[in-house]
Design a binder for this molecule. Structure first.
Ligand code: ADP
Length: 154
């Protein structure tokens, strides 16, 4: 099924000059870029976004790292996009992530792990609403669409 998912290029990605390399990975996979903007995240929004980590000792540290520089928030669309993007991203700890994944190729850290990616379609819907206004997401047909998928795949 066609799905939209949220990707955040974290402050470490901007500071390390990796924005082009990371967005290139999603582009060449065939995901459709439906929205993209730069923003500086605030503590309140991050407390909501990382609510599942609020009891962890590193909660504030993770939020601080997400406020250390601007981020780029992206919405990508594709068939099963949520799981596909998570697979491209790799597990949380960059040191354990397999080579070939984004975190495996670019991260040496549990925290400074290059991207955030929604973990389920339900979470993606909530997170996209949190970071994008409806008019900031664009519907357009990818010209390569018929060559990215068989016609019974979406
Ligand atoms: P993911 O981003 O892989 O979905 P989580 O939702 O569990 O992982 O955690 C959100 C973010 O918090 C991670 O991407 C990472 O930056 C940070 N984080 C999670 N667990 C740890 C940890 N044990 N030590 C340091 N940072 C962590």
């Amino acid at each position: 099924m066609l799905e939209k998912t949220l990707v955040i290029l974290k402050p470490c990605t901007l500071q390390r000059g990796l924005v082009g390399e990371i967005t290139r990975r999603f582009e060449r996979k065939g995901l459709r870029l439906a929205g993209m903007k730069m923003m500086h995240l605030m503590d309140e929004l991050l407390s909501e976004h990382y609510a599942h980590l609020s009891a962890k000792p590193f909660f504030q540290r993770v939020k601080d790292s997400m406020m250390a520089a601007p981020v780029i928030v992206c919405c990508y669309e594709g068939v099963d996009a949520v799981q596909t993007v998570r697979t491209l991203t790799g597990p949380t700890n960059g040191r354990l992530a397999a080579p070939g994944t984004i975190r495996g190729d670019y991260s040496m850290s549990f925290q400074e792990n290059i991207v955030h990616a929604s973990d389920s379609p339900e979470t993606a819907a909530i997170e996209l609403k949190r970071f994008f206004k409806p008019e900031e997401l664009f519907e357009y047909r990818q010209i390569a669409f018929d060559f990215l998928y068989a016609n019974d795949e979406y």
